[in-house]
Design a protein around this ligand. Structure first.
Ligand code: VGL
Ligand code: ZN
Length: 275
């Protein structure tokens, strides 16, 4: 009857009115620890060994222990490549590790394969030929030794997390670089900005507003993850002694650029004061 109708209307108005109040009352001030790519492939004896990469492990373990109360979430990213990933020098005719190639993608993120690429296109759909040149996006790709191959758990290309890294069942693992045709330095997006991982939504679900970034490599995945976190609106603290870079020049460039972008760089001994 009309009483029921009125009740419904009142409730609906109440819900609509209360909802924004409820949402804005939710906190977004949780802090997450991000541990980037602390995997065998980047550690001594790994195929893409970062100099002194293993020295980050005790620092990260200590941060976990000392700041357990401060982190409501711990996320580990994992570089997770196909055996014939496009970033591997082995997949490019005459390609040598650490040289650069240009890769072209159409607006949907499909790789437009060039003759220089040896690997067959069994994984990818060919770039649509109807797409006009203006839709194309060119990504400069550094060629790497084969590394971090998915499901490989021993040997130089192992994608496994280091046994020395302290982990918990509650840790969230975010895999990246699993698309065979595009690389992904950031743990948020691939290098063309075409697709996101689950990282941003996981952080949002946990009301995270601040991230502490650690791991490997400081000049690639730590750098791009820190920048993207900052662009997505997180407060970013990158712990410099909990990270190491592939090369000195790109590492100093990455540090300057992070600082210029408002990312806080701290040593682990000063992390308490920064939190
Ligand atoms: C990384 C190069 C290639 C990293 C991953 O984790 O920094 N670097 N793949
Ligand atoms: Zn990689």
């Amino acid at each position: 009857g009309s009483t029921g109708m009125l009740t419904c209307l009142v409730l609906a108005v109440a819900c609509v009115a209360r909802w924004p109040v409820y949402v804005s009352a939710q906190t977004v001030d949780e802090t997450a620890l991000l541990i980037i790519d602390v995997q065998d492939c980047f550690l001594p004896n790994g195929s893409l060994a970062v100099t002194d990469g293993d020295q980050v492990i005790p620092v990260i373990n200590r941060i976990r222990q000392d700041f357990e109360q401060d982190f409501s979430l711990v996320v580990l990213s994992q570089d997770w490549h196909c055996p014939d990933h496009v970033s591997f020098a082995s997949q490019h005719e005459g390609g040598t590790p650490y040289s650069l190639v240009n890769l072209t993608y159409n607006s949907e993120g499909r790789l437009c394969r060039e003759d220089s690429i040896v690997s067959s296109d069994q994984h990818g759909v060919r770039c649509s030929p109807q797409k006009s040149d203006s839709d194309m996006i060119t990504v400069t790709q550094t060629l790497w030794p084969d590394h971090c191959i998915k499901n490989v758990t021993s040997g130089p290309t192992s994608a496994a997390f280091s046994d020395s890294l302290k982990r918990k069942d509650s840790d969230v693992v975010i895999r990246k670089g699993f698309n065979c045709d595009i690389d992904s330095y950031s743990a948020f997006y691939d290098n063309g900005g075409f697709r996101q991982t689950e990282l941003n939504s996981v952080l949002k679900q946990h009301n995270v507003g601040r991230v502490v970034v650690t791991g490997l490599a400081l000049d690639y995945c730590v750098y791009y993850t820190s920048l993207d976190a900052h662009k997505l609106g997180y407060k970013v603290i990158t712990v410099t002694d909990a990270a190491r870079g592939v090369a000195p020049d790109s590492t100093s460039a990455a540090l300057s650029d992070m600082e210029a972008n408002g990312i806080e760089l701290v040593k682990s001994e000063s992390l308490r004061a920064a939190l």
